[in-house]
Design a protein around this ligand. Structure first.
Ligand SMILES: NC(=O)c1ccc[n+]([C@@H]2O[C@H](COP(=O)([O-])OP(=O)(O)OC[C@H]3O[C@@H](n4cnc5c(N)ncnc54)[C@H](OP(=O)(O)O)[C@@H]3O)[C@@H](O)[C@H]2O)c1
Length: 266
């Protein structure tokens, strides 16, 4: 996909991976509609893009509200002159023992991580299919392929997003509209708590920076890739988990014990 002039709706654009993605897309000539709740963050990102010679508009929205998805797509398409690329990047995590998970937090997580991408895709897809071109990018996670203890609700949402991406890609094959599923590994953003980064650092697990992840996502878009798993040995762990899940259970047991200790002490 050519990024020059590419009319892009990007969720979660005000921070972390989304912010890095917005800056990189803007620098490559994409025309951006930036979505998130925090208006100040969005305005800062848009200002930075415009200052560098790019084009960006801000759309402050709470993606937990399903009735806002259609109007958001409608108004972004009207102001950009169409939508060629939808990037479902906004997401929330929950790191806790599942028996203590708050039901309203589960609801919120499912709304943002899976209902919003499904409904935004449903809203942009007819226009893309009619135009015979476009791309949906869903930002998942390595935990969308490896069910990870203490991330049960989060893993469930990203497994669902991966399944949705695969099914839709097969359904619309040959239409000119593609679906990319990207699975980052742990990335240093406000998404995770400091204690979680400490567990990663103590166990020698690599943590990516958001600009690196954004660069990989950009390459995947340009190359029209179907699926991208970020990081080695995480790529291998995904394959191994599909074939021999017990080996992965053993491999992650130290990290899981450290997480359990941390959560119980909290
Ligand atoms: N960081 C990691 O370790 C990691 C690893 C694998 C995958 N990922 C995935 O990468 C994506 C981006 O995460 P990140 O690490 O960049 O975290 P982040 O900095 O916390 O970004 C998440 C974004 O989602 C937006 N968001 C959250 N709730 C929202 C809502 N109700 N309505 C609208 N926007 C909402 C936030 O914007 P507002 O606060 O302005 O609403 C924020 O900009 C997520 O899908 C995450 O699952 C992250």
């Amino acid at each position: 996909m050519n990024l020059k002039g590419c009319r892009t709706l990007l969720t979660g654009a005000g921070s972390g991976i989304g912010r890095s993605l917005a800056l990189a897309l803007g620098a490559n000539g994409a025309k951006l509609a930036l979505v998130g709740r925090n208006e100040k963050n969005l305005a800062e990102v848009a200002r930075e893009i415009v200052r560098a010679g790019g084009y960006a508009l801000t759309f402050p929205e709470d993606l937990c509200l399903p009735e806002r998805h259609e109007p958001l797509v409608f108004s972004a398409a009207a102001r950009l002159g169409g939508i060629d690329l939808l990037i479902n990047n906004a997401g929330v995590s929950s790191f806790c023992e599942y028996s203590r998970e708050n039901p309203s937090d589960i609801d919120n997580l499912i709304n943002i991580n899976i209902t919003a991408p499904l409904l935004l895709t449903r809203a942009v897809l007819p226009r893309m299919l009619a135009a015979g071109h476009g791309r949906i990018v869903n930002v998942g996670s390595i935990l969308g392929s490896i069910g990870f203890p203490h991330f049960a609700a989060y893993s469930a949402s990203k497994f669902a997003l991966r399944g949705f991406s695969e099914a839709l890609r097969r359904e619309i094959a040959g239409s000119g509209v593609g679906v990319t599923y990207v699975a980052p590994r742990t990335t240093r953003t406000a998404f995770n708590s400091d204690s979680l980064y400490k567990i990663s650092d103590d166990s020698g697990t690599a943590v990516d920076d958001p600009a690196t992840v954004a660069g990989i996502i950009l390459e995947a878009i340009v190359a029209n890739r179907d699926e991208v798993y970020i990081g080695w040995p995480e790529k291998l762990a995904v394959r191994l988990n599909a074939l021999l899940p017990r080996i992965v259970s053993i491999a992650i047991s130290k990290q899981v014990a450290a997480a359990r200790q941390l959560l119980r002490a909290a």
